[in-house]
Write a protein that binds this ligand. Structure first.
Ligand SMILES: [Fe+2]
Ligand SMILES: [Fe+2]
Length: 180
C-alpha cells in the first residue's frame, strides 16, 4: 500500500459529506429551511477531517517529500495549484461560518447566499479531488523508492493515530441516515 491509498479513501468520505449538504440545500431550496447544526457539522468536518487531517497529510507528507525530489516542472506547478486550492477552500468554509452565524441570528434571507457559496465550493472541491485522483497522485508515485513509499505510509498512519477519524465516519453515516 502507498500513501495515496488512505488519501483516496479520505476523498470518498469528503465526497459523501459534500453530497449530504448538497441534498439538504436542495431540499432547503424548496421548503426554505436549513438545519444550522448540519451546516456546523459540515464546517467541522471540512476544517478537521478535510483540512487538518487530509490536507495535513497531503501537504505535510506527500507534497513535502515531493519537494525534496527533482520533479518535473509540470508536477511542481500542480503542487502549487493544489496548495492554493486548499487555501481557497478554507476561505469558502470561513464564508459559510459567517453566513450561518447570520442565519442563526435570524437572517433567513442568508439561505440563498449559503446555497451559492456551498455550490461553488462543492463544484470546486470535487474538481480538486478529481485533479489529485486522476492526474496527480498516481503519476508522482514514480519519484519514490519502495522504502520511501513505506516511510510515507508509516508517517501517514502515525499522523492519523493522533486524530479521531472514527468520529467523522460516524458523522457522515448518521447524517446520511437522517436524510432518508
Ligand atoms: Fe488536496
Ligand atoms: Fe485530497
Amino acid at each position: 500500500m502507498m500513501v495515496i491509498g488512505p488519501l483516496m479513501i479520505e476523498h470518498r468520505l469528503i465526497e459523501r459529506m459534500v453530497n449530504i449538504l448538497d441534498k439538504e440545500l436542495q431540499r432547503a431550496g424548496k421548503n426554505g429551511i436549513i438545519n444550522p447544526a448540519d451546516l456546523d457539522s459540515f464546517v467541522e468536518f471540512m476544517r478537521v477531517y478535510a483540512d487538518k487531517c487530509h490536507h495535513g497529510k497531503e501537504e505535510g507528507i506527500l507534497f513535502a517529500e515531493l519537494g525534496r525530489k527533482d520533479v518535473s516542472r509540470e508536477h511542481r506547478k500542480v503542487i502549487l495549484e493544489l496548495v492554493s486550492d486548499h487555501i481557497f477552500g478554507r476561505s469558502q468554509v470561513a464564508k459559510l461560518v459567517a453566513l450561518n452565524a447570520d442565519y442563526k441570528a435570524g437572517d433567513k434571507g442568508k439561505l440563498k447566499e449559503i446555497t451559492e457559496v456551498f455550490s461553488g465550493l462543492a463544484v470546486f472541491y470535487t474538481a480538486h479531488i478529481r485533479k489529485e485522483d486522476k492526474d496527480f497522485f498516481i503519476p508522482v508515485m514514480r519519484y519514490f523508492s519502495p522504502a520511501e513509499h513505506q516511510a510515507m505510509l508509516k508517517a501517514s498512519n502515525e499522523f492519523d493515530s493522533n486524530m479521531d477519524l472514527a468520529k467523522y465516519q460516524e458523522m457522515v453515516l448518521s447524517m446520511e441516515k437522517a436524510l432518508k
